[in-house]
Design a binder for this molecule. Structure first.
Ligand code: GRF
Length: 219
């Protein structure tokens, strides 16, 4: 049975697309079952164009975070997802939500965690004089951007960078490591118990844009 994946987005959804394009390859044992946005988002149209089921659960239509999250949980559970990938989802999730999907909730964060948790990571990397910046895929726990890291990629910070050029360099790497994490999960290379991850070394199925197959995990 393919791994059934739900993705939550709030915006353009480029990481969602990278995951979807990866999962749609024949030799990748994963299906993107549902993409949910919490506000009208460009990414929903892109997902529909790939034939993926989409749902807008606009947070503005709900009285509070609890009722909004309850709707999201219903939709994800109805779609029988095995794992949930946050891809530019811009609302902090409650501890209850994180516990509901404990061990199967993932996020991509644009920094080399534990540096620069939270927002504006690129500007903060520049302001901090960082020589290296990057991105991390981590398991989501109730503490913001604090769950165990599965994989990271670093990029150099160049002398003439601004937040935009640095973000673009990091985003390219995000589009590689997030599908890799999905591939590792689908290939059974990750065993997760609560917030403990054990990783096996192995080969990932499929190709990721711009990277020659076979991809090795976790490198
Ligand atoms: C990415 O940089 C991601 O790391 C962060 O939000 C951004 C979302 O971009 N959490 P996109 O919607 O995936 O294009």
């Amino acid at each position: 049975m393919p791994l059934r994946v739900g993705i939550l987005i709030s915006g353009r959804g480029s990481n969602m697309l990278a995951l979807a394009e990866y999962a749609q390859q024949d030799d990748v044992n994963a299906d993107i079952a549902l993409v949910i946005a919490d506000k009208p988002a460009q990414g929903l149209d892109h997902a529909s164009q790939l034939g993926i089921e989409t749902l807008l659960l606009d947070r503005a239509d709900y009285q509070n975070r609890a009722s909004h999250e309850a709707a999201i949980i219903n939709a994800l559970d109805d779609a029988e997802v095995d794992a949930v990938f946050l891809a530019g989802y811009m609302r902090v999730l409650s501890a209850d939500f994180c516990h509901h999907y404990e061990g199967r909730l993932f996020n991509i964060h644009p920094s080399l965690l534990p540096r620069h948790k939270g927002l504006d990571t690129h500007q903060r990397a520049l302001d901090g004089g960082d020589r290296e910046h990057g991105c991390s895929v981590h398991l989501v726990t109730a503490d913001l951007d604090d769950g165990p890291v599965l994989i990271q990629r670093a990029v150099p910070v160049l002398a003439d960078d601004d937040a935009e050029t640095l973000a673009a360099r990091v985003l390219k790497e995000e589009h590689i490591i997030y599908p890799m994490a999905l591939g590792a999960l689908a290939a059974g290379l990750l065993s997760i118990d609560g917030d403990q991850i054990t990783m096996e070394i192995g080969e990932l199925p499929g190709r990721i844009n711009g990277v020659d197959a076979p991809l090795s995990w976790p490198a």
